[in-house]
Design a protein. Structure first.
Length: 427
């Protein structure tokens, strides 16, 4: 029996792709190995969002090959920079060819090498029509589409995922119902940009949320990242959908820079003022909103003044969490052809912003201490204890709790990145 291990990196979208491949392999008669050491083949489902990530992927593939494993490379890296893939791999599949994973191993077993990457732009693959491996847990990722409608000058992911293809609402709702019937309590809606969901099929994210929250049961929905230039087109409708208690009060809205000229160079198609307008509208109508944003420091052309504008934006808006990334040029992107900033300057700005984000996060989290909030228990935490998520998706560590339970918790401690709490015993 040929044993296969699938390891996925990067976003929750990639995690879902990995589970699809696992289901296809099982259906084809292959055995899923418990770990890479016990596998004959390792499928490396790659991410290529940043240069350090690409290096990590290439290194992992080499390590597996050097240890005698046969490797099938899939995911974004095979599109973004195929030259980074070790030529010794036994097969290469693009993101829209994961339905051929069993075929790739069959070809490799016969001494061949299946490479299915070309023609992906024209290929239409609705992944919600493919099987999926149901793993134990509380949270289940439901992809709602693939690709995006943006043309950011620094992003290479769009070379892999392509132009937006939204999945049909009825398929998404069917998967949500199936996940809930199997005992999952949290649904994660995932896409490259959930904000433009449905624009290609005559609907939008707000309408999809209304359909999902209308499903019977006590469950929670976490909405993935959405870009401001799309959200602003149906802002009031989206906020109305967020009023349902099943939707976490969690908004992941990347700003990337606090300077309008840099945003223009990035190809982001919105202004700082529009970003702030969205945040103010959400905070005005959704109390307790947990705002997450992304910022890239050191983008080509970022002057001291432009960076200071970003710092001032952070101080004004005070997000709960900021994902700070140092700009790194990605192959084939427009921005990679522009003059790059010195590495020392990028590091200096990154460190300053990192310190500021931790300070703001701590100050916000401290306000939760002594409050009682609803928490969905997830399971064993990486920081010890039992991990859960609050009503607005803040991470909280508990001393006890049963995965899947919705419980009331009194918050006893706050750090910059997570909370601690104790279960409030019901009378």
């Amino acid at each position: 029996m040929v044993r296969v291990y699938v390891e996925s990196y990067g976003c929750s979208r990639n995690k879902a792709d990995g589970e699809i491949m696992e289901a296809i392999l099982l259906k084809a008669g292959y055995e899923l190995a418990e770990n890479p050491e016990k596998a004959d083949y390792v499928v490396v489902n790659t991410c290529a969002v940043k240069d350090p990530t690409e290096l990590k992927m290439a290194k992992r593939i080499r390590e597996l090959l050097d240890s005698g494993k046969r490797v099938i490379a899939t995911g974004c890296l095979v599109h973004v920079n195929p030259d980074a893939i070790d030529p010794r791999v036994s097969g290469i599949l693009g993101v829209k060819s994961i339905d051929r994973i069993a075929e790739a191993i069959s070809v490799a077993e016969r001494g061949g090498k299946l490479i299915s990457v070309e023609g992906w732009r024209e290929k239409s693959l609705d992944k919600l029509e493919l099987p999926r491996l149901w793993k134990p847990g509380v949270s289940f990722v439901v992809p709602i589409g693939e690709g995006c409608l943006n043309a950011c000058t620094y992003c290479a992911t769009r070379f892999a995922r392509g132009v937006l293809k939204s999945y049909k609402p009825e398929f998404i709702v069917r998967w949500v119902k199936e996940a809930l019937a199997r005992g999952y309590r949290e649904i994660v809606l995932s896409s490259e940009d959930t904000g433009c969901y449905g624009f290609d099929i005559g609907t939008n994210l707000a309408k999809l949320l209304d359909e999902i929250t209308a499903i019977e049961g006590d469950f929670r929905v976490r909405v993935g990242m959405m870009n401001p230039n799309h959200v602003i087109k149906f802002l009031d409708e989206l906020i109305d959908a967020y009023h349902d208690k099943k939707v976490y009060r969690f908004l992941h809205l990347p700003v990337q820079s606090g300077d309008n000229e840099i945003l223009r160079k990035m190809g982001r198609n919105y202004t700082v003022e529009e970003f702030e307008e969205i945040v103010k509208a959400f905070r005005r109508k959704i109390p307790g909103l947990n705002l997450n944003t992304d910022i890239i420091v050191g983008f080509p052309g970022e002057t001291d003044e432009a960076f200071e504008n970003t710092v001032e934006l952070v101080k004004r808006v005070r997000p709960d969490k900021i994902n700070v990334s140092r700009y790194s040029a990605r192959p084939g992107t427009i921005a990679s052809r522009w003059k790059q900033l010195p590495g020392w300057k990028v590091k200096e700005r990154s460190r300053l912003l990192h310190r500021l984000r931790l300070q703001i996060a701590y100050e916000i989290n401290k306000t939760y201490v002594e409050k009682t909030v609803e928490v969905l228990v997830h399971g064993s935490g990486k920081k010890g204890g039992i991990e859960g998520r609050t009503f607005n998706y803040k991470e909280i560590i508990l001393d006890s709790g049963t995965p899947g339970d919705l419980i009331n918790v009194r918050i006893t401690w706050a750090g910059s990145t997570y909370l601690r709490g104790s279960v409030v015993e019901s009378e």
